[in-house]
Design a protein around this ligand. Structure first.
Ligand SMILES: Nc1ncnc2c1ncn2[C@@H]1O[C@H](COP(=O)(O)OP(=O)(O)O)[C@@H](O)[C@H]1O
Ligand SMILES: O=C(O)[C@@H](O)C(=O)COP(=O)(O)O
Length: 420
């Protein structure tokens, strides 16, 4: 294994795996830190953690454990993947994890670059934009777990870590790899350890990638990985073999625990089309009144592509959090989706589309999936996946980040997961 990646959630990890796979690396996504070694054919390994919204100390411990495993697989370069909307709270976990990895690897000039231009996330003057809005006006200020109320990445990061923070500005980035390398060295000489780097386009990210050839540690969204496979290819280290992913026939069910704007649009499109849909309310989940077996039974009996969703608008989410507490509602709903997914797999489901990063993490962990094979791209940042639950049949999956995908994502995912 050449490149060792640590993802702070499951959809984000599949987004990264997709980027690396599209750039020609053989990638496997692991759920949690594996207990055995990786296959020798794996060129990039993505260890998907569910560490985005847990206490910072635990996120650091899990990330360091993942780092040790990746080091043992022979990796020479390490990437910490977080959300392109920099999802975190003033306590963490991006700063504490980046700091701990930098210390463990004795890494300097650690780039911080959540840009993902393909999904509208760009960084200019150190500020993160989602399309034409600053992050804190993009809808992310209403996120159920990590409301993003500041678009200044360096300032947000400085709340999370005492490690000195620097900035490489857009004019240097646009001047290309050599200028970027020089600007990073300059920031390093001034004592910066974590360095926010502006980026507006994929071309910028390719140049940043070239500048990072040989860098021990980098951090960012999936975009920061775009230029890395070319570095390994130049050194003759890639096999050039493609993916062997295959689709799966059978029933397709969509589970949506994401309350993000794009997902709510997808849920709306599904319902407007008159397709079967069943809502789980926060109250149902917290009260323990839900019957996962019955919900799975309902889904299996539907024609079409049934949807089970808890996706709700910001006012409903706020009301539920005020009534029961943020963590309690989130845990109850995630738990419910994991139980429903288990019942669906036991009933012989073929394809599962999951919307929401935390929700996807809960489902993948609930199903006991340890390694996911990366298939074709469904939408930017969302690849088809395939895995076999312990003792079960193969399942094709899509793990969709809340804000990814167009309005018809559920239908598009269903078709691609079938192998069409
Ligand atoms: N109706 C709801 N009320 C409150 N919280 C909810 C509701 N539905 C889902 N949640 C919680 O909101 C969080 C959404 O996060 P996530 O699944 O990562 O979605 P996204 O990818 O959009 O961020 C989850 O923890 C989920 O359990
Ligand atoms: O970088 C991104 O935007 C995604 O890869 C990602 O991490 C999404 O997280 P969720 O929105 O919580 O699914």
């Amino acid at each position: 294994m050449l490149l060792g990646c640590i993802g702070d959630d499951f959809t984000g990890s599949s987004d990264l795996a997709n980027t690396l796979s599209k750039q020609g690396m053989r990638v496997t996504q692991f759920s949690g830190v594996p207990t055995t070694g990786a296959a020798p054919s794996v060129e990039a390994g993505v260890v998907a953690l569910k560490s985005r919204s847990i206490p910072a100390k635990e996120a650091v411990a899990q990330s360091l454990q993942a780092l040790e495993w990746l080091k043992a697989q022979g990796c020479t370069q390490f990437l910490f993947k977080y959300c392109s909307t920099f999802d975190s709270t003033p306590e963490g976990n991006i700063g504490p994890v980046a700091e701990a990895l930098a210390e463990a690897l004795d890494a300097r000039k650690v780039v911080v670059c959540p840009a993902f231009p393909g999904a509208g996330r760009t960084i200019y003057q150190g500020h993160l934009f989602v399309h034409d809005r600053l992050l804190n006006e993009s809808g992310m200020e209403h996120h159920p777990l990590n409301p993003m109320t500041d678009a200044d990445i360096g300032r947000w990061l400085a709340r999370q870590t005492a490690m000195p923070i620097g900035h490489v500005r857009f004019p240097e980035v646009r001047s290309g790899a050599a200028a970027i390398a020089e600007a990073l060295a300059h920031a390093d000489a001034k004592g910066a350890r974590l360095i926010v780097v502006d980026a507006l386009s994929d071309a910028d990210l390719m140049e940043i990638g070239t500048a990072l050839d040989g860098a021990t540690l980098l951090t960012g969204g999936s975009g920061i990985a775009m230029g890395l496979p070319a570095n390994f290819r130049r050194q003759g280290l890639l096999s050039g073999e493609g993916s062997t992913w295959q689709g799966v026939e059978g029933t397709c069910v969509v589970l949506s625990g994401s309350c993000s704007t794009a997902t709510r649009g997808q849920v709306g499109r599904h319902r407007d089309a008159g397709l079967p849909a069943l809502e789980i309310t926060a109250e149902d989940a917290v009260s323990g009144r839900l019957d996962p077996q019955a919900i799975a039974g309902w889904a299996m009996a539907q024609a079409g592509r049934p949807l089970v969703f808890s996706s709700a608008d910001p006012a409903q989410v706020r009301a539920a959090q005020e009534a029961y507490g943020r963590e309690k509602v989130a845990a109850a709903i995630e738990h419910a989706f994991a139980d429903i997914a288990r019942a669906l797999v036991a009933a012989g489901i073929g394809r599962l589309v999951v919307a929401g990063g935390e929700t996807s993490g809960a489902v993948v962990e609930g199903l006991g999936l340890t390694a996911l094979e990366i298939g074709p791209e469904i939408a930017p940042g969302a690849p088809a996946l395939r895995s076999t639950p312990p003792g079960g049949r193969p399942v094709a999956l899509a793990l969709k980040s809340g804000n990814f995908g167009g309005p018809d994502f559920f239908a598009e995912a269903d078709a691609i997961l079938r192998g069409n």
